[in-house]
Unconditional design. Sequence first.
Length: 305
Amino acid sequence: MEIDFEFRKERKLSEIVQDFINLLRLVLQHFFQTILKLAIVPLCLMLILIYYGTTKINLTASQSWAESMDLIFIAIAALFALLSVSMVFFGLAIEYFILLKNKRGTDFDSHDVWQAFVANLGKYFKFLLVSIVASIILFIPMMFAMVILMFIPLIGSFAVGILGAFVGVWFFCAFLFYREGYMPASNAIQQSFSILKKKIIDYSVSSYVVSLVFQTLLVMLTLIPSLIIGIIAYNTIGFENTFFDSMAGRTFTSIGATLLVLLYIVYYMFTVLVSGIIYETAKEVTYGEDIYEKIQNLGREEDEQ
């Protein structure tokens, strides 16, 4: 289905936020259907891992040193699995966005998204190495800047959030410039910064505003189900030392934790849409492809006449 949305367009701050809302409204159902089909297997694996972890939890004081080490190992494995799943789905969301703008519609499915991701997997790994090196170099100056900003009264915390949002958008745009062949991976981060700094306030604030809204929604969505599950668990099982010894206690914990993982993944995948709009804006400001295309189309129309 074709969507009525203009991707290649120069936007101001308010237009970036508004266009994100418009795009989300157009593709929300298709986005969820596509991503949830891809998420079934990873979420089931996470559910099994979390459930296995609950079998190792012992709230009594008699827990042995070996059992504690097993629990720590499982916690590390669960964290690694969460990071891996998050990175994969972040990449899937990027491929979804690219397919969406190239096809100018939702005429594709989860199979197409997965194929596009696998086909470009080498680029993801290559850029991951570049971004790790860049992060190490930028770590000290970024931390220094954030510490200074935190001491600014009233607006300090917002300034830190905006700076963090810009770094995320910066690396995101750098990857897409590399992914679409505009820049080599080796200096994509440096070149993309030169592009983004032209409208750094618009890009940073718009990304921060959208992230803040989604973070608020995420807290609300996690708080209410957590309270409901907690109340049910308390009234049926009770929070005693034997809570994780029962099948129901482990099941409640596993389902609740898996739902949190799903919401966490969805949140970061939604941020891809606003970052993608910022990328398209920055690309249009720099390369003006939409303007050139319109001029060429106008020339063809004149020749036909």
